[in-house]
Design a protein around this ligand. Sequence first.
Ligand SMILES: NC(=O)c1ccc[n+]([C@@H]2O[C@H](COP(=O)([O-])OP(=O)(O)OC[C@H]3O[C@@H](n4cnc5c(N)ncnc54)[C@H](OP(=O)(O)O)[C@@H]3O)[C@@H](O)[C@H]2O)c1
Length: 293
Amino acid sequence: MTHDPTPRPIVAVLGIGLMGLPMARRLLAAHFEVRVWNRTASKAQALVAEGAQPATTPAEAARGADFLITMLPNGQSVEMVMSGVDGALSTLGEGTIWLQMSSVGVDWAERLGHLAEGSPVTYVDAPVSGSVGPAEEGHLLILASGPLDARPLSAPILDQLGRRTYWLGEAGAGSRAKVVLNNWLVVLVESVAETLEFTQALGLDPQALVEILSDAPIGSPYAVAKARQMLAGDFSPSFALKNALKDADLALEAARQTGTTLTITNSFIDSWHDVVAQGLGERDLSVVYSSES
Ligand SMILES: NC(=O)c1ccc[n+]([C@@H]2O[C@H](COP(=O)([O-])OP(=O)(O)OC[C@H]3O[C@@H](n4cnc5c(N)ncnc54)[C@H](OP(=O)(O)O)[C@@H]3O)[C@@H](O)[C@H]2O)c1
């Protein structure tokens, strides 16, 4: 009987939501030993059936892990799962790399870095660009930042999750890039919604307009996909409006701190908050179209 003596690296994934699920699944498929923890344990059951080890607390997931991935909504929730007696930092040991991949914004990326400073782990700030489809296919773009020696060590994990990792500098640079990209994203989605409304107001067929956009360099594949989703009225989430709105707010806060004015984002942020207040925050962000039409 052959026996593989090489222990497989252990990866703990905290947060099995829209993104955490396909990311953990890719790591399982790549034969890492994957431990999963989710606040609502039932959402991790499919992964457990596929070979992941369930943990009842973040601390249990993190014990002895080589890598820890956090994929949670915001900085507060990441801090919560990392801290306290059941928090991951209580059991993580020397040499563990913490890949913080949630979109937490500029201030929280710094705060989480400070949290890691008092522990033996290496903190890598590595939010991602790309949604559920790219996460399933390992085609995310990873906006990584952190110490030089963490780069080659993180590569086996990040290479499974993304089609390219951009190393942008010291920890925090990834989250700064992420707020810029997501500001771009929310502006684009608002523009798509407004464009469809304008098209219809002019008595044109919006489907025909989307066809033209799909054939033109000005129509990005993402914008065209969102336009089709809006016209189909299919708001099943690949990126929840509440998370996109959180990112828009993080961008506005980062801009305020640097004395930059994000005029476009400021012009629609209140209406997006209204859509969330109507109870649509769990729907895909393309649902903002329904409030315009
Ligand atoms: N979806 C996208 O297209 C996309 C793309 C790039 C980046 N991101 C970013 O990636 C992160 C995760 O996004 P997602 O789409 O996977 O979010 P999601 O589907 O809303 O999942 C969030 C996860 O966090 C857990 N959670 C929520 N609040 C928590 C708390 N207070 N304590 C502990 N766990 C908590 C949820 O657990 P329960 O199951 O118990 O609710 C769930 O597992 C966010 O920062 C998002 O902005 C998302």
